[in-house]
Write a protein that binds this ligand. Structure first.
Ligand code: SF4
Length: 756
């Protein structure tokens, strides 16, 4: 369905934040929550005695926290959570599921908080209330009836706390399956796979302090202005301390160009600190070629002046396989590399100068712009190669920084949310609980969708998230969900996933991060792990949106108790009564959590061990590994374009807070596609004209009609559109090699003036 009106288009901004960010934050908070509720929530956000922002995973300062330790998007997330609006029993009585499907994601979010459990019974048209006891009994009955536990699919979104995630995976494995797909499968799985192979740990190696000491910061395939806005203050401080920032991104993004810090007087007057001193607009999927070209240039310089580039001592002591990487770089032709990345040789040389400046204190940051490509794992390993070459890892001011998109996505993985957890974790779980965890690998997200599609009658349970809108190939995913016997979602608000149900659908409303969590032993807190491996507590302070809400840990433990019944000797009630007991068991099962309860109570939390930070490599041979992947680039047919999906500024993951993309100059519309003006001219497409988009995958075609074409500064042959609107174009079977992440950043498309 097209936007009713064409979007309002203006010139993209050249800097992020400033007074407009403050105005936007206030507007969202006041409109949704009112002054009193909004202020109470914001004053607790990211405070040591408050609650963790449920939005991105950017870390908080270890020591000093400002009173307003949040960004515009954190404020929007909280405004959305503490809204005074309610999606209650009257609401669900009024709208049928069919009518709700007709509404936009933005409209769904605006309906407010869910107030009690709801069920959509077989052949019913409307959701209706159901008691908690009946809801648990219904799920348990369906799970027990499955022919095998492997017909249960248990999804997790990155908002779940450590405590909830640990209990959830314990329940699922005790039930008998490793089917634990999560949102990480769709975002940083490629980073985890690449880093584990290169440096022995699938996590980043830097802290905030490293940013302040860096000489050079590379931001590749990442848009901090919208996706992790407080990173801009770290980048600003880095620049003030003398660091040079290089942006590598197909689109020009305000948040990489400059930052007007809204908590400084100068920033409020829109005076910005320039950020990227070099902006390399690679063509989409040109990153591998660019990084390989950079490697080639560094070897050339080393050959010309031995000892000037390579950190030979580090390489000989800590790494292996340098030679094969060097051979690969030397065998690549300059012409080929330059054409493939669409960055000139001169700019690559300037990039090499910057990487080698100062004491080679280099940090490389990246996000979905790298991870959602067929060659994502190989590309991220090229980044690791670069750091290993100059020894820019495991020392102050240097290291690798995959920037995680959801607040506890890293912690959930640490807690065991993974379809193929290592044997050490599983045997530790067995020992702690006297159970036998299954060893066969479970389904990741893409395989889970296929399994639901293939085998009718499965049970799908989601701990948070909006599975349908986060997943690729929306129509295929919707029919997979509809093929289930039962779908159940633990959620704070209504979303589209709740409207494509199995024969029976359930919505189980839970507490938000900002809300008091009172259990039998008294008030509880939970813990989360941020993008830099810091675990800290989060304690809500607002009254729950409804007395019928339950905490995620409560819901999971009741579900486990009801489903496993006399098959379990685990005291689930003890866990939900007092979360300290959950942390006591985590401490015994997961390395790095010694004295968990004590350290979680310390303001600012604690860092998890990270061998690579100390140059200790958890690989089979104890060395960091160069990779020598053959050159691989996504190519499309003549006349076709490569489409990437992305977020608008009024959006966090799949949650749409508003209809504006302020930095890119698009207002009141989301059904848009950003195109190079020359590509538009070639196809007879006028600015803000309507186009149809067709994607191609093997013999398959998928078409979306009526998107507004926006001329934008993007390389020729590249295009971008918002998700989830463009997700129906992403083929389910197009995934990254080595991580199975959907390739949402590289979809072959053609466009033509719309037929509608
Ligand atoms: S940077 Fe991320 S975690 Fe921090 S306030 Fe903004 S959205 Fe929340």
């Amino acid at each position: 369905m097209a936007s009713e009106q064409p979007p309002r288009v203006s010139a993209p901004k050249e800097k992020a934040a400033g007074a407009a960010a403050v105005a936007s934050s206030l507007n969202h908070v006041l409109r949704s929550a009112g002054a009193a509720q909004g202020a109470k929530a914001l004053l607790g956000l990211n405070q040591v005695d408050g609650f963790d922002c449920p939005s991105c995973a950017w870390p908080d300062p270890d020591d000093h926290r400002a009173k307003t330790e949040f960004c515009e998007n954190g404020a929007k997330a909280i405004a959305s959570e503490v809204t005074l609006r309610r999606a209650d029993r009257e609401f669900f009585a009024r709208y049928s599921v069919t009518e709700l499907r007709e509404q936009s994601d933005y409209w769904h979010d605006q309906r407010g908080r869910l107030t009690e459990p709801f069920v959509l019974r077989e052949n019913a048209t409307h959701y209706e209330p159901i008691s908690w006891d009946d809801a648990f009994a219904l799920i348990a009955k369906e799970l027990i009836s499955l022919p095998t536990p492997d017909q249960g699919i248990f999804y997790t979104s990155g908002r779940a706390s450590n405590e909830a995630a640990f209990l959830y995976q314990l329940f699922v494995r005790h039930f008998g399956t490793n089917n634990l797909p999560d949102c990480s499968n769709m975002c940083h799985e490629s980073s985890g796979a690449a880093l584990k192979a290169s440096i022995g740990i699938g996590k980043g190696t830097v802290t905030l302090e490293d940013f302040y000491e860096a000489d050079t910061i590379l931001c590749i395939g990442q848009n901090p202005g919208t996706n992790h806005p407080r990173m801009l203050s770290a980048l600003e401080t880095a620049v003030e301390n003398g660091a040079e920032i290089v942006a590598v991104n197909p689109l020009r993004e305000a948040g990489l160009l400059g930052f007007a810090h809204p908590q400084k007087i100068s920033g409020l007057f829109n005076k910005a600190t320039p950020l990227a001193s070099q902006y390399l607009q690679v063509r989409i999927n040109g990153d591998f070629a660019l990084l390989r070209a950079l490697g080639k240039e560094l070897f050339l310089r080393e050959n010309a002046r031995p000892g000037s580039v390579l950190d030979k001592e580090f390489i000989s002591q800590h790494t292996r396989d340098l030679e094969s990487y060097r051979d690969m770089c030397e065998a690549s032709s300059w012409d080929d590399l330059v054409t493939k990345c669409a960055v000139s040789r001169e700019k690559i040389e300037a990039l090499a100068d910057t990487v080698l400046r100062g004491k080679k204190k280099l940090i490389t940051c990246w996000a979905m712009g790298l991870t959602q490509h067929r060659n994502a794992v190989a590309t991220i390993r090229e980044i690791a190669n670069l750091h290993l070459l100059i020894g820019a890892i495991g020392r102050p001011g240097a290291g690798l920084c995959p920037v995680r998109g959801h607040s506890n996505v890293q912690g959930d993985r640490t807690m065991g949310i993974f379809e193929k957890m290592p044997e050490a974790f599983l045997s530790s779980l067995d020992k702690e609980f006297s159970i036998k965890c299954p060893r066969a690998h479970g389904h990741d997200t893409v395989n889970a969708i296929h399994a639901m599609h293939r085998n009718p009658g499965q049970v799908f349970i989601a701990l948070g998230g909006n599975f349908l809108q986060a997943a690729p190939d929306t129509d295929f995913t919707a029919s997979a969900l509809e093929n289930c016997r039962l779908t159940a979602h633990i959620a704070t608000k209504l979303n589209r996933s709740h409207l494509y149900t199995g024969e029976v659908g359930l919505i189980l409303p839970c507490l938000g991060r900002s809300e008091h969590d009172e259990q039998r032993s008294g008030p509880q807190f939970v813990t989360c792990e941020n993008s830099m491996g810091v675990v800290q507590r989060s304690k809500g302070r607002l009254d729950p949106a409804s007395p019928e809400l339950r905490s995620e840990t409560y819901i999971i433990s009741r579900l486990a108790e009801t489903t496993l019944a006399d098959r379990t000797s685990i005291d689930w009630q003890k866990f939900r009564n007092n979360y300290d007991h959950i942390r006591e068991t985590i401490e015994r099962v997961v390395p790095g959590f010694e004295n968990y309860n004590e350290r979680a109570r310390k303001d600012g939390g604690f860092y998890l061990p990270n061998g690579a930070k100390d140059r200790s490599w958890d690989t089979q041979d104890g060395k960091a590994h160069f990779s020598a992947a053959p050159f691989d680039q996504f190519e499309v047919c003549e006349g076709h374009l490569i489409l990437q999906t992305l977020r608008s500024h009024d959006q966090f993951n799949t949650t749409v807070y508003g209809l504006n993309d302020r930095y890119r100059g698009v207002g009141l519309g989301r059904r848009v596609i950003f195109l190079n003006p020359e590509d538009m001219k070639d196809r007879g497409i006028t600015p803000v004209g309507l186009v149809d988009i067709t994607s191609y995958w093997q013999e398959e075609e998928r078409t979306l009609q009526a998107f507004y074409a926006i001329p934008y500064e993007i390389p020729r042959g590249s295009a971008a559109a918002y998700f989830p609107e463009a997700n129906p174009l992403v083929p389910i079977d197009s995934t990254a090699l080595g991580s199975n992440t959907p390739t949402s950043k590289a979809v072959e498309i053609s466009i033509r003036p719309s037929s509608t």
